[in-house]
Design a binder for this molecule. Sequence first.
Ligand SMILES: Cc1cc2nc3c(=O)[nH]c(=O)nc-3n(C[C@H](O)[C@H](O)[C@H](O)COP(=O)(O)OP(=O)(O)OC[C@H]3O[C@@H](n4cnc5c(N)ncnc54)[C@H](O)[C@@H]3O)c2cc1C
Ligand code: FES
Length: 278
Amino acid sequence: MKESALRESPYIVQQANIVHTWKMTPLERFFEISLSGMESLNHDPGQFVMVSVPGVGEVPISVASSPTKRSSFELVIRNAGKVTGAIHDMEAGETIGIRGPFGTGFPTQVLEGNALLFVAGGLGIVPLRSLINFVMDNRRDFGKVDILLGSRSPKDMLFGNEVEIWNKRFDVNFVCTIDRSDPDWKGNVGLITSLIPGVTIHPERTFAVVVGPPIMYRFVIVELLKKRIPENQILVSLERHMKCGVGKCGHCQIGEYYCCQQGPVFPYHKIKNRHEAK
Ligand SMILES: Cc1cc2nc3c(=O)[nH]c(=O)nc-3n(C[C@H](O)[C@H](O)[C@H](O)COP(=O)(O)OP(=O)(O)OC[C@H]3O[C@@H](n4cnc5c(N)ncnc54)[C@H](O)[C@@H]3O)c2cc1C
Ligand code: FES
């Protein structure tokens, strides 16, 4: 784990300021956060923070921004229940608690020099955006980049403006699809798995990075294996229920791994036979 930018004890909550917040979809809100008295979160793409509201509770949330953005960091939070609902009710200028960053993120140094195939479904674009923007800011360090994005419908697609920028780049192959047809939609309709056969891959030099709901990544991995990408070059980010975030409570256990420490990012070969990861 990267040394925390926060205090030495991982249990100590750091006060953070909501700089800016806006509603992305009926369910998701964007938050720009700055840490009181600290320059940056100093995270790796794929890591998460524990976000707390006093008197309500604490939840794990992926960092959505690249570490190359230093003065503040960004979160996208879906209103799923008690704590996330309370965070949704907060305005710019209010204070939340942050612990972290925690977990093992994407191995950016291992990825350097390789072709990258990003596959994101639904809210999976949130942790993946941190890595994609990191790669965009260090584009010369990486090979060919393909981004495949799947959403339920056009209105569920997060980061529409940024997606448009990725789409226009000459050094990125961007393809998206929606599950359900929409009268105004001119693009692909169908599951994200349908996009994989059309991508040209040199398997020995490609890392695939897959983030999305379990039902999606299971079928995506089948397609990636058909393309002969080695299992240790398929990276998956898993979501488990978490309490402590630091390997003490056992809530997030997957076999011998604690998802909050050895994960949430795993190479596929490490978790493929774990029923807890299915
Ligand atoms: C590593 C990690 C990164 C995450 N990143 C994000 C993110 O970037 N944005 C985001 O919106 N959410 C993210 N989540 C999910 C988020 O933590 C849960 O939605 C949140 O904990 C729900 O808490 P609550 O108090 O609002 O809901 P509760 O009232 O506790 O529960 C509401 C419902 O959500 C379910 N739930 C609780 N925790 C999880 C979980 N970990 N995974 C799936 N379902 C859960 C409960 O079973 C229940 O059905 C992440 C989870 C993990 C483990
Ligand atoms: S959340 Fe407590 S051990 Fe992982």
